[in-house]
Design a protein around this ligand. Structure first.
Ligand code: C2E
Ligand code: MG
Ligand code: MG
Ligand code: MG
Length: 284
């Protein structure tokens, strides 16, 4: 009986693995069509200044409306796009879409909002020079680099080659800001905080989730905030879901918060309603 169940189990695993592989393959095929058929869109999550409650920044997050599967999470398709290299084109689409949106909002509301864009390490490591075309695009739209921040992860800096360093510098030179995403989860070698021109760290939501008075997570957040500030770096806390978390972070000196407490990622219409049309938050 034991032998039987063992064989069944291995059979089960093999099928499960096969279907995972098939699923990836079919998603990968569909991703190619998704770009051509306009199935991606961006949603925008406000980044709130904790001291004042005002919103001058937002993170752009990609969404894929799959024709049969419905909404597919970026956590599921970004890794596949990275493997196939399609992330280069997708990243290009994201940037242009966000830039056009900023331009539109400037025209419609007379105000600029700084949009953060996630950049995959694969985009940095590739030898494509799409960022130069982006800079041209910004010029055409008459937008300054300061309207954007790019979010990168610690892992990119760990093995930063000359190509990566020079691309990062190119972004900095046109005034784009740089944020370190998911801060604290990688092999946080602190030396790169002084080696690279980093403007923000984003404290990963795993440190925020269980924030409580006297918790070790609070001690870690306080230490990250103090260290960042000493280096002239601003701090954004991710995944703020409760007013208690917000209050602890604000007391600890954290500059910005992002999370469901303030807002979920929003369609452009809902974002406009929240940030400019409603007075939930002061925009000045
Ligand atoms: P991320 O850059 O760390 O983005 C934050 C994620 O946390 C987003 O998930 C956001 O919806 C979610 N989030 C925000 N507030 C809360 C909260 O209060 N509680 C919880 N539990 N979650 C919250 P999302 O949109 O599913 O994106 C997942 C990841 O996919 C992103 O993590 C980013 O790494 C990647 N991603 C998203 N859009 C893009 C893109 O345009 N390009 C690239 N390369 N990666 C992207
Ligand atoms: Mg991010
Ligand atoms: Mg800078
Ligand atoms: Mg993050």
């Amino acid at each position: 009986a034991a032998k039987n169940s063992g064989r069944n189990r291995s059979c089960y695993y093999t099928q499960a693995m096969q279907s995972v592989a098939q699923n990836r393959m079919s998603l990968s095929n569909d991703l190619h069509k998704a770009l051509a058929q306009d199935q991606f869109r961006l949603v925008y999550q406000p980044i709130v200044e904790l001291e004042t409650g005002s919103i001058h920044k937002a993170e752009a997050l990609i969404r894929w409306q799959h024709p049969n599967r419905g909404l597919v999470s970026p956590a599921d398709f970004i890794p596949i796009a990275e493997q196939s290299g399609l992330i280069i084109q997708i990243g290009d689409w994201v940037f242009r879409q966000a830039a056009n949106q900023v331009k539109h909002w400037r025209g419609a509301y007379g105000k600029d909002i700084q949009i953060s864009i996630n950049k995959s390490p694969v985009q940095f490591k590739s030898d494509s020079n799409t960022h130069l075309a982006w800079f041209e695009h910004l010029k055409e739209l008459d937008l300054s680099g300061g309207c954007f921040a790019i979010e990168i992860t610690e892992s990119l800096l760990m093995d930063a080659s000359d190509t990566i360093v020079s691309k990062l510098m190119a972004f900095g030179n046109i005034g784009m800001q740089v944020a370190l995403d998911d801060f604290g989860t990688g092999y946080s070698s602190l030396s790169y905080l002084k080696k690279f021109d980093i403007d923000y760290i984003k404290i990963d939501q795993s440190f925020v989730r269980n924030l409580a008075p006297d918790s070790s997570d609070l001690a870690l957040c306080e230490a990250m905030i103090m260290m960042a500030h000493k280096l002239g770096i601003k701090v954004i806390a991710e995944g703020v879901e409760t007013s208690e978390q917000r209050d602890l972070l604000r007391t600890a000196g954290c500059d910005y918060g992002q999370g469901y407490l303030f807002s979920r990622p929003l369609s452009t219409e809902d974002f406009e309603g929240l940030v400019w049309n409603a007075s939930l938050y002061r925009s000045e």
